[in-house]
Design a protein around this ligand. Structure first.
Ligand code: FAD
Length: 310
């Protein structure tokens, strides 16, 4: 039994979600290999080889793999899939684009968004926006799995000494081409990797107020900034800050929700946070049902006061 983890990387470094996926792969019980598919990706392969618990790194390099196009990456996985009992990718935008293609071509059912490995063929995954946990068993010869990062601790990024083996790169599928990438420049921690998140909701009332009120608190705490969908839809915060069922799933050490009611779709994205602080002027707001610390207050007073006292 050997599991293959599809690494998410930028040709230089390995993204954190890969480390959580390695932990899930190790829990499946066999050896764990990591596929680094890219171009000029030797540094990323070396980083993957350092991950504790990884037995081998497969490095596939070629122009078709440079920009992570899902069609080509799926073809690369399929080229080596026969060697593996499990194929795992992080349940990120990239992993969710690749894994279903691999599962379909192998004619197996994909097992999505797992949060626990019960045994080599049985897994837990949240359903109904996290309100129930389904235990699913697969009899397929190859288990194709996406892994919810918040369900697994990150494997140690150092301590391993896996061998790096080269694999022939696939040719371009010709089905898609890379046009460009606009990367948001942000000095803050990435939302899904942040230890502290401060999130604002519709109550902020405008983009200006959102920045004016939330940014000083985030700065004081060295936190990432999140938002409810209502705040995003109203244009108070950019789309990539959305936390929830249709946004990012997060589980930081500390989550501060200001002016967020706590709709189930929002809770689905943050209720596994270790400590939840809610600030809301409505004492009946559902966010208080998951909060460890609740402050019934006007956020326009409470948030600046918190920031000033920190
Ligand atoms: P509201 O529900 O309007 O809450 C505002 C809160 O602010 C209220 O509780 C109010 O008491 C409080 N408030 C007002 N003024 C103040 C003040 N001055 N000080 C303190 N408190 C104040 N939502 C998400 O967040 N993420 C998702 O991923 C998501 N996905 C969805 C998917 C689907 C299919 C659907 C149908 C909905 C989804 N939603 C999602 C939307 C969700 O249902 C809610 O509409 C949304 O979360 C509400 O955002 P909010 O709490 O900011 O706004």
């Amino acid at each position: 039994m050997t599991a293959l983890v599809i690494a998410e990387h930028d040709n230089q470094t390995i993204k954190t979600a890969t480390l959580n996926t390695v932990t899930a792969a190790l829990a499946c019980g066999g050896d764990v290999h990591v596929l680094v598919a890219g171009e000029g990706a030797a540094a990323a392969a070396q980083a993957a080889a350092q991950i504790a618990g990884v037995a081998k790194v497969i490095l596939a390099e070629g122009p078709a793999l440079k920009d992570g196009l899902a069609e080509n990456l799926a073809a690369q996985v399929l080229a080596i899939a026969g060697n593996y009992s499990h194929i795992l990718a992080p349940a990120t935008a990239s992993g969710k684009n690749v894994a279903p293609r691999v599962a379909a071509k192998l004619d197996v059912a994909q097992i999505s968004d797992i949060t626990k490995v019960v045994s080599a063929d049985t897994f837990e995954r949240p359903i109904y926006a996290g309100n129930a946990i389904a235990t699913v068993q697969s009899t397929d010869a190859t288990k194709v799995i996406t892994v919810r990062g918040t369900g697994f601790d990150a494997a140690a990024a150092t301590g391993g000494s896996a061998a790096v083996e080269n694999a022939a790169a696939v040719a371009d599928s010709g089905k898609s081409s890379f046009v460009g990438r606009e990367v948001t420049k942000n000095d803050r921690p990435e939302l899904t990797a942040a230890k502290i998140i401060v999130s604002g909701g519709r109550a902020l009332g405008s983009a200006e107020k959102f920045n004016e009120v939330m940014t000083p608190l985030a700065d004081k705490l060295g936190a990432a900034i999140g938002a409810s969908r209502a705040a995003v839809d109203a244009g108070y915060a950019p789309n990539d800050l959305q936390v929830g069922q249709t946004g990012k799933i997060v589980a930081p050490q500390l989550y501060v929700a200001a002016g967020i009611s706590g709709a189930i779709q929002h809770l689905a994205g943050m209720k596994d946070s270790k400590v939840i602080v809610a600030i809301n002027k409505d004492e009946e707001a559902p966010i208080f049902s998951v909060a460890d610390y609740g402050l019934v207050a006007d956020l326009f007073d409470a948030v600046p006061e918190m920031a000033s006292k920190l």
